[in-house]
Write a protein that binds this ligand. Structure first.
Ligand code: ADP
Ligand code: MG
Length: 389
């Protein structure tokens, strides 16, 4: 799960990571009040969305008086911000964060994440931080250092000295960095994070280290242990279909193509998407209805696919191992009963009660196309989608 920058900065503050003074607002009047309440001569207005690269997309603005803060907030609020980390529709800006503008001397990059190869947490740091870190990673990867921390020993001073040396910090800043890295490390464990990123971490003109940006991702599987974090969820930032799918415990991810896929088991779903690609098509989604699924879940899954306007054909690929094929067929029929079926549906069922399942679909007289194997199912779905598109 992702949270907003302003929420991440609250957590930073709680773990002694220095952040600028600021406040959140969802109207331009409120934004102006926040600016007036902060002792500063300039302010930064920041669109709160669950994506980065806002600066380059006009989502981070420097204002020189509270009136200007209100104007920027007014422009951002209610709009959708498109950055190179969002899709073409962007994400809705429902609130803005206003903070004191910092006098920036240097921008660093500092993050903490899980390194699956070494099975440890790793700090990643660079003296070349800021908005072009992706270019640094691609063109001059030697400017990025990695320091792994052994879980039994925990974070040690020498880890911090290694990072401080790479960032060319002075003695006083080394102490500040140690406090920041300690805060990040403790926060990571305390809240079951999967990533904490500070980009940029800055040295101010006065020489102090401050986290100007804050990004935290959490391990969804641990959210039940952290009601305070779970309460930070902002569903408006999530794909509406993915959020709906979550309610029904379905594994659903929106993709860019036009063939809706309903599959059971993540491996079979991946293989199905590969087959669609191989036949020259593009999947509209990844959907795993789960191994031990039931009629209601299948129904909701099918409704979800049909409600996607870009879907021109549906490919159902189910192996009835734990679940029986007639249960799947009943779910499909229940969904079609509620939704008007206007696009072709190719069904490939295999496994327990396959004859019953296929007979149910055939007798319903909905014009469903029954395919013998995955190869021909994918081929037919792609052809039918092309014919409609
Ligand atoms: P994003 O990563 O989404 O582009 P950031 O929070 O990193 O958003 O802001 C982009 C840039 O804006 C930063 O790299 C920094 O140069 C500048 N910036 C952000 N917050 C402040 C601030 N409080 N004071 C001065 N400059 C800021
Ligand atoms: Mg940033």
């Amino acid at each position: 799960m992702n949270i907003h920058e302003y929420q991440a900065k609250q957590l930073f503050r709680a773990f002694s990571i220095p952040v600028p003074q600021g406040g959140v607002a969802d109207t331009s009047e409120q934004a102006q009040h926040v600016a007036q309440s902060l002792a500063s001569s300039s302010w930064v207005v920041k669109a709160q969305i669950h994506a980065g690269a806002r600066g380059k997309a006009g989502g981070v603005k420097l204002a020189h008086n509270p009136r200007e803060v209100a104007d920027y907030a007014g422009t951002m609020l209610g709009s959708r911000l498109v950055t190179h980390q969002t899709d073409a529709n962007g994400l809705p800006v429902n609130c803005v964060w206003i903070e004191q503008a910092s006098a920036i001397k240097t921008e660093f990059y500092l993050s903490l994440l899980i390194d699956r190869d070494s099975e440890r947490l790793v700090f990643i740091a660079s003296a070349a931080g800021g908005m072009d870190i992706e270019a640094v990673a691609a063109e001059t990867p030697e400017k990025i250092i990695r320091v792994t921390v052994h879980p039994a020993a925990g974070l040690q001073s020498y880890h911090c000295r290694q990072v401080a040396a790479a960032l060319l910090l002075n003695k006083e800043q080394q102490g500040q960095l140690q406090a920041i890295m300690t805060g990040m490390y403790e926060l990571f464990w305390a809240k079951d994070c999967s990533q904490i990123e500070i980009n940029p971490l800055i040295a101010t003109e006065e020489g102090n280290l401050v986290a100007l940006d804050a990004k935290i991702n959490f391990d969804d599987n641990a959210l039940a242990l952290h009601p305070d974090i779970a309460a930070m969820r902002d569903a408006s930032q999530e794909d509406a279909k993915e959020a709906e799918a979550k309610q029904f415990d379905l594994n659903y991810i929106t993709l860019g193509g036009n063939i809706g896929c309903m599959v059971n088991g993540a491996g079979l779903a991946m293989a199905t998407m590969d087959m669609v690609k191989l036949k020259g098509g593009a999947p509209a989604n990844f959907l795993d209805v789960g191994g031990g699924t039931n009629k209601d879940k299948v129904k909701e899954a099918f409704k979800l696919i049909l409600s996607d306007g870009s879907v021109k054909a549906v490919l159902v690929n189910i192996f009835g191992g734990i679940v029986k094929c007639d249960v799947i067929a009943a779910g499909i029929l229940a969904a079609v009963e509620e939704m008007h079926l206007t696009i072709p549906v190719v069904v490939r069922l295999e496994g327990t009660n396959v004859e019953q399942g296929l007979a149910m679909l055939k007798n319903a007289g909905l014009g469903l196309v029954a395919a013998e194997d995955l190869n021909s199912a994918a081929e037919q779905a792609v052809k039918l989608a092309e014919a409609i598109a």
